[in-house]
Design a protein. Structure first.
Length: 180
C-alpha cells in the first residue's frame, strides 16, 4: 500500500462525484459545481491514491494555520481495508504544521445511524483527533468539532468561511461555531 495525494484535475471529477453522492446524504452535500469553483480559492480537492489508483478524496479549507476538512471519503470498494486509516494519517502528517479540524455527526442514541456515528468518532480518535467540546452549525446541520492540535474560535472560523464562499453564499451557508 502506497498512499499518495494529487490535487484534483478535470478528469478526476466524475470519480469524486460518484463517491460524494454515495458517501454523503443529500442534506449534507453542497452542489458539486460549488466545490469545483471554490477550489480556485482557499479550498482544495485532494485525490487519495493507492498505488496510483484513485480511492478517495479530501475537500478542505486552508486558512492561516488551519485546515478544516469538510468532506473526506473513500470509494466503497476500498473501505474496511486499513486504507482510510493510512490516508488520514498521511493527511495529518502532510499538514503537521497546521491545526486540523473536522466535523462529525454528534453521538445521538436516537439517530438511525447511531452505530455508524460512534464508529466514525472512534476512528477519528484512533488517528489522533480530540474532542473540542465545540459544535459547528452548517446550514441546518450541527456537527461535533474534532481537532488535531488546537480549537478554533469564531474569530478565525468565520473569516475562513467568508473567504471560501463569496459573501452572499456565506450568508446562506451560515456556518459558525457553537459552544457545548
Amino acid at each position: 500500500m502506497l498512499i499518495s495525494f494529487t490535487y484534483a484535475n478535470p478528469k478526476d471529477w466524475q470519480f469524486i462525484k460518484e463517491i460524494y453522492q454515495e458517501a454523503f446524504p443529500l442534506i449534507e452535500r453542497l452542489p458539486l459545481k460549488l466545490l469545483k469553483v471554490t477550489t480556485k480559492k482557499n479550498a482544495k480537492m485532494l485525490v487519495i491514491k493507492n498505488n496510483n489508483i484513485n480511492i478517495g478524496f479530501f475537500y478542505y479549507l486552508e486558512y492561516n494555520n488551519y485546515i478544516y476538512v469538510l468532506f473526506y471519503a473513500l470509494h466503497k470498494d476500498y473501505r474496511n481495508q486499513g486504507l482510510g486509516t493510512q490516508a488520514i494519517k498521511e493527511f495529518i502528517n502532510h499538514f503537521k504544521d497546521y491545526n486540523i479540524l473536522l466535523g462529525i455527526e454528534p453521538i445521538d442514541k436516537r439517530a438511525d445511524n447511531y452505530t455508524q456515528r460512534v464508529n466514525r468518532k472512534k476512528f477519528y480518535q484512533h488517528v489522533g483527533f480530540k474532542e473540542t467540546h465545540k459544535y459547528i452549525r452548517e446550514n441546518v446541520s450541527i456537527y461535533e468539532m474534532l481537532s488535531i492540535n488546537k480549537v478554533i474560535t469564531n474569530n478565525d472560523f468565520k473569516p475562513m468561511i467568508d473567504e471560501w464562499l463569496i459573501k452572499p453564499l456565506s450568508i446562506i451557508f451560515n456556518s459558525y461555531i457553537l459552544e457545548e
